[in-house]
Design a protein around this ligand. Structure first.
Ligand SMILES: [Zn+2]
Length: 124
């Protein structure tokens, strides 16, 4: 007698009650500074790239946002890349729940969960 039974062909089907999460059905840049996301429930939200960049959820950005502001005598010098208008150079899904966004200032470590993307932007 074999110890292992052959797996039944239905073993890997998702359960019948499986409910797909809210997800983007369309992503596009409506102009170089604005991203538009259409969601599976019909809502369309627009996002300014500046807002997305400033809401970057990666550890170093979160740390920078919670750090006390620099003393007023300290001049902040922008790197040339930061002085350019911000662009998205790449955006791709991470698993089923998030997007990775690469910005033209070289920052690409932010993973934007769908939950976060639903909180940001404004309804179009
Ligand atoms: Zn970041």
């Amino acid at each position: 007698m074999p110890l292992l039974a052959r797996p039944s062909p239905t073993a890997h089907r998702p359960p019948a009650a499986y409910c797909p999460m809210l997800h983007p059905t369309d992503l596009k840049l409506v102009d170089p500074q604005r991203l538009e996301i259409a969601w599976s429930d019909g809502q369309v939200r627009t996002y300014s790239l500046r807002e997305l960049r400033e809401s970057c959820p990666c550890a170093s950005c979160r740390e920078r946002r919670t750090a006390p502001p620099p003393p007023p005598t300290e001049l902040t010098v922008l790197r040339p890349a930061e002085a350019q208008p911000l662009r998205i150079t790449q955006m791709h899904p991470v698993g089923r729940y998030a997007y990775s966004i690469h910005f033209s200032d070289g920052h690409d470590t932010g993973i934007y969960t769908l939950e976060l993307l639903r909180e940001l932007g404004s309804e179009a």
